[in-house]
Design a protein around this ligand. Sequence first.
Ligand SMILES: Nc1ncnc2c1ncn2[C@@H]1O[C@H](COP(=O)(O)OP(=O)(O)O)[C@@H](O)[C@H]1O
Ligand SMILES: Nc1ccn([C@@H]2O[C@H](COP(=O)(O)OP(=O)(O)O)[C@@H](O)[C@H]2O)c(=O)n1
Length: 454
Amino acid sequence: MGINIALDGPSGAGKSTIAKAVAAKMQYVYVDTGAMYRSVACYMVTNGVDLDNTEEIISKLSEISIKLEYKDGAQHVILNGEDVSDKIRTPEISMAASKTSAIPEVRAFLFDLQQTMAKENNIIMDGRDIGTVVLPNADVKIFLTASAEARAQRRLKELQEKGDPSTFEEVLRDIEQRDYNDTHRETAPLKKADDAVEVDTTSLDLQQSIDEICRVINEKLGVKKNDDDGAVKKERTPRVLMEVQPISKTHHVNPLKVLVYGILRWAVIGIYHLYYDIRWEGTENVPKDGGNIFASNHRSYQDPVFIALHARVPLSYMAKEELFQGNKAFKWLISNLGAFPVTRGKGDTAVIDTSIEKLESGRNLAIFPEGTRSKDGKVGKGKTGVALIAAVAQTKVIPVGITFEGKLKFRSKVIVRYGEPIVPAEIGASNTDSKSLRVLKNKVMEEITSLVHE
Ligand SMILES: Nc1ncnc2c1ncn2[C@@H]1O[C@H](COP(=O)(O)OP(=O)(O)O)[C@@H](O)[C@H]1O
Ligand SMILES: Nc1ccn([C@@H]2O[C@H](COP(=O)(O)OP(=O)(O)O)[C@@H](O)[C@H]2O)c(=O)n1
């Protein structure tokens, strides 16, 4: 029997996005039960079954076979041999699933498949009745909520990105209708299990929600491990406890140091204004806390300082190993400015671990994905390391574009632009799925390029 985490809640609360991120981090299997209900609905709609005709729906169940397959870490839903992963995500199928899922026979049909998956694997399963009906003995139960307006806004954004013309009012109406259906049906209605922890994500962004869920899971698995009531406990892999540690951010950074750092920062900003004709744009995109990756094009040795000057939390960055081998005073200086060594061209994996440790200790991290400085200002091809670090640490990536003409000199005109943070989980980036890492890396490079050419 594996470790089971149950995640329930209404549509748009963030269940599947968060479950995917947690599964990637802990190397658990993610089971999306909503996708199973959607597949049943999809079969009925495709075969012209009247959704008000319960008898006909029940009679068609025997024609359905559903499998969840995992390719490159991503879940695919296979309905009678066809991959329907995309087809089941339309508003029409959402509403149809909400209707057909109220039928007890439909629920019984999927129940066995869900329980079997939970027996065989360490899983995180999301849905409506996981903590109450499917896995009543789950190790961790979480009930995720958010206001209907916040959830509708998130869904609308998602639909608009796919080119769907739905309006906010339509999306909100659909969400409220589905909430009503899910909470009022007789069999397995949506409700919080008595022993579930409730997390409201209305005022949390996606990264904060992931961090909070990781914290709850960690605490729950930790409590169970230590608890001493004499009951027989399942064996657990200690690694689990390590891997769900959320990025700790500000609370590891000494406030006094942050204050001193702030004063120094403004002094240096003043000096830079005197020396260069410099401008920072998009500073509203710089998070107030630490533990973020700043991914930038690379023009000069000054780049880490340019980037760091508008972040409140100090920054670490990789610097070539040779710089640490010469003068001791220089080594001391760059180390204190946040540099750590990387061996270039040898696939240095220790540097990935060091980067994650820096983020976990609450520092920001600057990465130059091109790996080397560009002499002519053109943005080169990026390496995937930036995506790997972001996906493992599940931390935001703030793209940065640095622009100046020719060589950097006195009164050079310099522009440093910060772009909107990229959240790895929002684009499905997982460290076990190399394709998703390339997608994330490409997105980061596209953003950097457009910031440079703005
Ligand atoms: N806390 C959050 N803040 C902002 N956006 C979020 C948050 N949680 C989820 N999202 C976004 O909202 C959308 C719906 O989330 P999803 O995980 O599909 O919800 P659910 O599985 O609960 O229906 C996704 O586009 C996701 O990126
Ligand atoms: N365990 C579950 C999961 C989903 N469902 C139903 O299936 C529909 C689609 O689920 P989903 O999780 O994919 O929906 P979203 O939250 O992603 O919008 C929901 O509206 C529910 O009616 C359910 O009844 N029980």
